[in-house]
Design a protein. Structure first.
Length: 202
């Protein structure tokens, strides 16, 4: 039995459509058809397609923020050994590529980033700024603890995290390569520590 409210069904149907064919190419009529209601019924819950989009983004971002490691608090008072960092990153990636709402939200942002300036800014914040800030903070903390060489933390963070972003995109296109990507990420983290690690015990 489907216990979702009509409003939630509208949001779910809209996310499915926006993530596959884009916001501009999706009509309110299509959303209504997918839910099994009349177009007028959609407008009893949302004033416009834009309002559906805004509600979707708020819902998706709140969902993501509840589970993300990309916050300063997530590295406070942690062991930060190679093993724990690898486990933390791989666990986050598995969540990112398997959680349906996050996957669809990311695909929607990818489709719409060149058409919608607001979504372009969200795409940059979610998939670049927040990620870089987290990894820069992680690198700075590892330098402070003497686990990494005292070098440019922003460049080191980019070297660590940006290949991982590329591999996430690969999994979006070819999900059957998840095991291969996971192994690459583990090897990547180990090599990063081999290059920048100090003689101190990791």
């Amino acid at each position: 039995m489907d216990n979702r409210s009509t409003k939630q069904k509208i949001l779910d149907a809209a996310l499915d459509l926006f993530s596959t064919q884009g916001f501009e190419a999706t009509s309110v009529s299509q959303i209504a058809y997918e839910v099994g209601i009349r177009k007028a019924s959609v407008y009893s819950h949302f004033a416009s397609k834009q309002e559906i989009l805004e509600s979707l983004m708020q819902e998706t971002m709140k969902h993501y923020e509840r589970h993300t490691i990309f916050s300063e608090d997530s590295i406070a008072d942690q062991d930060l050994s190679i093993e724990s960092i690898t486990e933390m990153i791989v666990g986050q990636i598995r969540y990112i590529i398997h959680e349906p709402q996050i996957v669809k939200g990311r695909k929607m942002l990818t489709v719409e980033q060149f058409r919608n300036p607001i979504l372009a800014k969200i795409q940059t914040k979610q998939n670049y700024t927040n990620v870089m800030n987290f990894f820069a903070g992680l690198v700075k903390e590892l330098i402070r603890r003497g686990k990494l060489a005292d070098n440019d933390p922003e460049i080191m963070a980019a070297q660590l995290c940006l290949p991982i972003s590329v591999w996430i995109n690969l999994c979006d296109r070819e999900p059957e390569r998840e095991d291969e990507v996971t192994e690459l990420i583990k090897r990547h983290i180990i090599q990063f520590f081999e290059i920048y690690g100090t003689d101190e015990k990791q």
